[in-house]
Ligand binder design. Sequence first.
Ligand code: UT7
Length: 333
Amino acid sequence: MSARINPSIGAEYARIMSIGVHRPSRIVTNAEVCEHIDSSDEWIRERSGIIERRYAGPDESVVDMATSAAQEALTQAGITGDQVGMVILATVTHPYQTPSAAVEVASRLGTSGAAMDISAACAGFCYGLALASDMIRGGSARYVVLVGVEKLTDWVNPEDRGTAFIFADGAGAVVVGPSDEPAIGPVVWGSDGSQKDAITMTQSLIEFRDTGSETFPTLEMQGQQVFRWAVGEMSKASQRALDVAGVAATDLDAFIPHQANMRITDAMVRALKLPAHVPVARDIAYAGNTSAASVPLAMANMLESGEAPHGGTALLIGFGAGLAYAAQVVTLP
Ligand code: UT7
């Protein structure tokens, strides 16, 4: 007979304890973006809702921005580095294949806990939240630092009309810990790799090396294809996340979707029949699309402005390259 193995036992529930952000100081207007592409301030505002965005400087790496946001979240939670069991970094823009950005962030935060990067693009934060919640409930970590961070300007061609005006930089972090009450609902998530080419790179780093190409690989996006998928499928996924959480749209204190395009957000609000009293994150206007960072940045903005209450109920959904998505209902920190 095999030996009895002790099971891993965690907390009954998990919750988001705190939030911290890093918004780069450099504000970039549509006019500045249009110095490199054939477009206009009017077109960008109308088609995406973006008025301005923030670009990180040379001294603001993925690791720097993530550490800054995570440190703020830890301070807010009153948790010290040595209590952290896991650092999860959701990012697709760390410029090293290995080691992960997370190990460096963990070290700067003063923890020797586990650390890893996850690659789920704009769904990364919501993927990470599901993992963090399951780790805490499963007993593999008591406190998890989860960061969504991107320096997309390193990977976007400023002359590409299809992406240059959308993507931007920033970081948002949360501390996830044990809870007496359910505060992170069941995740609704999935992927559709048959649409992997909808958001991809112009070439791989190996192709770049082997072909002697002078054009560094950058992001490319089939905007309309992603738009159609997001409006159709992501509205349904949002509704499913409400259903499995047992929460009605009318009981929400905030809807915080990935900040992909203001028109996608508007279409989702209509499809969900979200009552007018539910505040909707519209952070894209001043932050642009920051991929994995967009949901926590938008959440922090709504809490800072008082638009959404601390302790309120929010529906989150992240979606993008993969195509991949994740949605859940949470109690706001
Ligand atoms: O975060 C990851 C997930 N990403 C998304 O969810 C992004 C989803 N997609 C989108 O947000 C939108 O597709 C975009 C904002 C990227 C583009 O907006 P669109 O309304 O889908 O534009 P379009 O590609 O259908 O182009 C419409 C017109 C075309 O001109 P004609 O053929 O109608 O004369 C384009 O040539 O707009 C033109 N156009 C532009 N004009 C000015 C395309 N890009 C630009 C531009 N400036 N940058």
